[in-house]
Design a binder for this molecule. Structure first.
Ligand code: SAM
Length: 254
C-alpha cells in the first residue's frame, strides 16, 4: 500500500532543528579522531572531502567533480554496490585495522541498510561508531519506499523532493533484535542521524534471522502503524549534545 495524504498527515512530526548532518559528521572526525573511515553512498563526495584519515568510499555511481582526496594519505575508491564490495573485500584488511568510523548512506531500502550494517559490524571493534543516515524522517511521505510514489504528496508538504526511503525500518529491527547495541538518535536535518556503538563483530543474530526480520516489515500496509511506534520508541537528542569533545565522550569513545 502507498501512503495516502491522510496517513502522511497523521505521522507528521516537526522538522529536525539541529545542525545539518555534514557538520555532525565533521564533529565525529574532529572529536573522536578516528584512525580510519568507511563511507557507503559517497555520490559527489560532499561527506568525504574534508576527511583527513585513511578512507574507503563505496558507490556504484560516483558523481565526483571536485577533489575528494584532500589531505588523506590513503583513499580506496570502489565503484560497486556495497554488497559487491563486502563480497570481494574486507575493510579491516584494507586498513590493516578495524574500521573506527563508518557512515552508511547507500541505497535507501531497509534490507540493503541492514546488510550494510551486518557487514560493517564484522570489521569494527566494540567502540567503533556506525552512523546511519535518513533513519528519522519526519513523516511517512519522506519515509516512503519508492522514490517515484507521490501518492502522499500534498501542496502543503515542505521539501517535496526529500526521500529517505524506508531505512527507518533497519533501526526498528536493530532495536528489537540487538538490545546489546547502543543506539543514539540525533535531530540532524534533513532526516536525522542514528549513531550506533557497543558493537559486537562476532554477533551472528542478524545474519541468522535476516529473512524473518526483513519479512516482518515488508508488508507496507502496516507502515503507518509501524512508523508511529518506531518514532515513539526513539529518544531524539539535539545535535548540540555532540558539539564538544566532552559532550561527545558521553556517548562515544574510540
Ligand atoms: C543519498 S546518496 C548519498 C549522498 C552522500 N552520502 C551525501 O551525503 O552527499 C545515495 C548514494 O547511494 C548510492 N547507492 C545506490 N545503491 C547503492 C548500493 N547498492 N550500494 C552502495 N551505494 C549505493 C547512490 O549511487 C548514491 O550516490
Amino acid at each position: 500500500m502507498t501512503p495516502t495524504m491522510e496517513l502522511v498527515k497523521a505521522t507528521e512530526r516537526p522538522l529536525h532543528g539541529g545542525v545539518v548532518y555534514f557538520d555532525v559528521l565533521a564533529w565525529f572526525h574532529k572529536f573522536l579522531n578516528p584512525k580510519n573511515y568507511l563511507e557507503i553512498g559517497t555520490r559527489t563526495g560532499d561527506s568525504l572531502r574534508s576527511v583527513t584519515c585513511p578512507s574507503i568510499a563505496i558507490d556504484p555511481a560516483f558523481q565526483i567533480s571536485e577533489d575528494i582526496i584532500g589531505r588523506k594519505s590513503i583513499l580506496h575508491i570502489f565503484q560497486k554496490t556495497s554488497d559487491d564490495f563486502f563480497r570481494d573485500h574486507d575493510p579491516a584488511i584494507l586498513f590493516g585495522a578495524p574500521v573506527d568510523l563508518a557512515f552508511l548512506d547507500g541505497l535507501h531500502w531497509y534490507e540493503f541498510l541492514l546488510r550494510d550494517f551486518i557487514n560493517i559490524e564484522k570489521s569494527c571493534r566494540k567502540n567503533s561508531v556506525v552512523v546511519l543516515h535518513d533513519c528519522i524522517p519526519t513523516n511517512l511521505y519522506y519515509a516512503r519506499r519508492l522514490l517515484e510514489d507521490l501518492s502522499g504528496l500534498s501542496s502543503q508538504m515542505p521539501n517535496p523532493n526529500w526521500w529517505a526511503g524506508d531505512v527507518w525500518k533497519t533501526v526498528a529491527i536493530l532495536k528489537k533484535a540487538r538490545p546489546d547495541l547502543r543506539i543514539h538518535a540525533f535531530d540532524a536535518p534533513p532526516t536525522g542521524l542514528v549513531c550506533i556503538t557497543n558493537l559486537n563483530p562476532g554477533s551472528t543474530v542478524l545474519e541468522e534471522d535476516y529473512y524473518d526480520l526483513v519479512q516482518e516489515l515488508m508488508d507496507t500496509s502496516q507502515d503507518a502503524d509501524n512508523f508511529v511506534s518506531y518514532c515513539n520508541s526513539l529518544t531524539v537528542r539535539p545535535t548540540g549534545d555532540l558539539a564538544t569533545a566532552d559532550r561527545m565522550a558521553r556517548f562515544f569513545w574510540l
